[in-house]
Design a binder for this molecule. Structure first.
Ligand SMILES: NC(=O)c1ccc[n+]([C@@H]2O[C@H](COP(=O)([O-])OP(=O)(O)OC[C@H]3O[C@@H](n4cnc5c(N)ncnc54)[C@H](OP(=O)(O)O)[C@@H]3O)[C@@H](O)[C@H]2O)c1
Length: 303
């Protein structure tokens, strides 16, 4: 029986992976996170506190749980925070991965590691897995360094690069889509850039790709994204229209006028055919996933 250790279970993606694997009787799953308890407090989920910043704690938990696969969904995805908190960003996005790899190597586990479209410079999208990474901001640099650590570790690994995630989750940092909806529903304007875009990805699709990678013992890099490219302005307008809020509240503001600390790669759409072929991944149309997001947002009461 596979023994699966999930790192970062309290995060936006980590929660969905935990929910997707909770209740599976053919797997032994242990959720972990920095916090004392798991946000979904239910007997379906085994959880233990684990700060990946401690190499010895990671070694010790791996040696007691003896995972066959480690799913690493931990990290910091706040691009501007990484730009202005470089040492902490490196510790969170690179040093933790080195600790996980060290632990995995000792117990002979494979790893599924989550990376990002921000390893690219945004000038030649859509990107296939064979494209050369060239990050333009510090977040992208940390994520590429983590990928390189995975490659050089010798640990059998699948790296899933995901695009802008959206979906509901308990108590996590705001994603772009959640921030937009929260502002629109109280009648606040939203500034959204028409000159940055990607293929936004619903977090349940990302979790499904992780499960497929787990079941297939996948190795190599996989690009995982939604089916449709959208710039931030169009994405925000689609959210407004779907949720029934005024599209007039969405203001088109160029990235340079947003005065953000971190430079953005402008266009990071993905080619997902490798994941479709090898993992059975199905990229979903943006309209469909935005409708799913609306259903969850109001019905799961976690907004
Ligand atoms: N969000 C996006 O749009 C996006 C896009 C592309 C790629 N990604 C990648 O997807 C992955 C997951 O992102 P996300 O959006 O789910 O992020 P998230 O909601 O911020 O979740 C990340 C989780 O990692 C945990 N974590 C951070 N440092 C840790 C440590 N030292 N030990 C243990 N846990 C630690 C956090 O714990 P706390 O709860 O204690 O803070 C948090 O629960 C990341 O690798 C990110 O780079 C995200």
């Amino acid at each position: 029986m596979k023994r699966v250790l999930i790192c970062g279970s309290n995060g936006l993606l980590g929660q969905r992976i935990a929910l997707a694997l909770g209740g599976r009787t053919d797997l032994e799953v242990l959720n972990t996170g920095r916090q004392r308890s798991f946000v979904h407090d239910h007997k379906l989920f085994d959880y233990t506190q684990l700060d990946l910043g401690s190499r010895s704690d990671v070694r010790s938990l791996m040696s007691s749980f003896q995972p066959t696969t480690v799913v690493n969904a931990a990290g910091v995805a706040d691009v501007d925070w990484c730009e202005t908190h470089r040492e902490e960003a490196w510790r969170t996005n690179v040093a933790t991965v080195e600790h996980v790899l060290d632990g995995a190597r000792r117990v002979g586990a494979r790893i599924i590691h989550i990376s990002t479209d921000y390893v690219f410079d945004g000038r030649n999208s859509p990107y296939a897995e064979s494209a050369l990474p060239c990050p333009v901001n510090y977040y992208g640099k940390t994520k590429l360094a983590a990928e390189n650590a995975v490659h050089s570790s010798g640990v059998p690994a699948a790296i899933l690069r995901v695009c802008l995630l959206f979906g509901t989750a308990m108590g996590t940092a705001n994603s772009f889509a959640t921030k937009v909806v929260r502002s629109l529903r109280v009648g606040e304007n939203v500034n959204a850039a028409p000159d940055i875009g990607c293929n936004p990805l619903h977090v349940s699709s990302a979790a499904a790709a992780v499960v497929a990678a787990l079941e297939n013992d996948a190795e190599g890099i996989f690009h995982i994204s939604g089916a449709d490219f959208a710039n931030r302005y169009d994405f925000a307008c689609m959210l407004a229209a779907t949720f029934g809020y005024s599209e007039g509240l969405v203001l088109s503001v160029k990235t340079t006028d947003l005065n953000l600390p971190a430079v953005r790669p402008m266009s990071t759409g993905f080619v997902t055919s490798k994941a479709e072929r090898q993992l059975g991944f199905r990229p979903l149309p943006l309209r469909q996933t935005v409708s799913m997001f609306k259903q969850e947002f109001f019905h799961l009461a976690v907004n």
